[in-house]
Write a protein that binds this ligand. Structure first.
Ligand code: AMP
Length: 291
């Protein structure tokens, strides 16, 4: 199926849709294969973390749809939406190389029709942490995901564990709104020194890039100490102090219950250590399991 898009000739194995009619027609044709549909929502600037999501979606056996949409609603006024990295030709090449069947690139006017007055309101796992640090962020993420899910109507959607709180917020929303899809979490893909891959990493100076892996190191060391029976609060304090001494501004470094994001005093089987720390203007997010 050829959609009305000049870029199609460059990507012979992948359909590209920009409009809702094209997207719906392409999804319908993919669904005819009978195996359902998988979906990976992204904001582009694709790296190996995104690749892992698309490859997992493709490996599940159903055709994979990926969206590229820099969602204005999840940026608050103090965050620079215009600085978000964009490279559509490179992103499309990555998606095709990973075996994606359909790339959807909607525009802002499509996703937010004139006069729009509806957003998703969240509590529970959306409270605290990134919810506090970025007011309105999860409202934006959940609203756009609900719209994307409503158009693609996937059987499964793939999200990275790297954004642990986001993964829980979306899982909670899907359960609460009775949406007929499964949310699949994919393990964080890291650089060889442990730094979680992120589109923000390109903005780190060489000196900041050298310090950045300390965040993951602190998370792993703290998880190990907790497993060995250390008392939680002093171990967390020690990690915060080490990060500050290394040059980070620590937003939070906390032990939480994995699904609810509620702070906990003792590790449980779903416990997660979550952290966000700043190097200059760049916020780095990471988290690890505490097994
Ligand atoms: P983004 O384009 O940053 O909105 O991310 C799109 C998806 O990719 C989200 O589900 C992220 O959690 C996921 N993702 C981003 N970085 C990584 C990573 N290093 N490993 C695994 N998934 C990731």
């Amino acid at each position: 199926m050829l959609l009305s898009n000049a870029a199609c000739t460059k990507f012979p194995h992948m359909m590209i849709a920009r409009t809702l009619p094209d997207l719906r027609a392409a999804c319908a044709s993919l669904r005819e294969t009978g195996g359902g549909l998988t979906f990976v929502p992204t904001m582009g600037a694709l790296h190996d973390g995104h690749r892992a999501l698309v490859k997992a979606a493709v490996a599940s056996g159903a055709p994979a749809v990926a969206s590229i949409f820099v969602n204005p609603l999840q940026f608050n006024p103090t965050e620079d939406l215009s600085r978000y990295p964009r490279d559509e030709p490179a992103d499309l090449a990555v998606l095709e190389e990973c075996g994606c069947s359909l790339a959807w690139l909607p525009d802002v006017e499509t996703m937010y029709p004139a006069g729009e007055a509806t957003t998703i309101s969240l509590t529970g796992p959306a409270e605290r942490w990134e919810g506090d640090a970025r007011p309105g962020h999860f409202r934006g993420v959940a609203t756009v995901c609900a719209k994307l899910f409503g158009q693609v109507r996937p059987d499964r959607a793939y999200f990275g564990e790297k954004d642990w709180q986001q993964l829980q917020v979306i899982g909670r929303m899907v359960a609460d709104l009775l949406l007929p899809l499964e949310i699949v979490g994919i393990e964080t893909v890291r650089e060889t020194d442990g730094l979680a891959m992120s589109s923000r990493n390109r903005f780190l100076s060489p000196a900041e890039r050298a310090i950045a892996p300390v965040l993951n190191r602190m998370l792993k060391e703290t998880a190990r100490s907790l497993v060995e029976g250390a008392v939680t609060e002093p171990v967390l304090d020690n990690a915060r102090r080490n990060l500050t001494e290394a040059g980070f501004g620590v937003d939070y470094f906390a032990l939480v219950d994995g699904p609810t994001l509620a702070p906990i005093a003792f590790a449980n089987p779903t416990a997660r250590l979550i952290a966000t720390a700043r190097l200059g203007a760049i916020r780095l997010l990471d988290n690890v399991a505490v097994l």
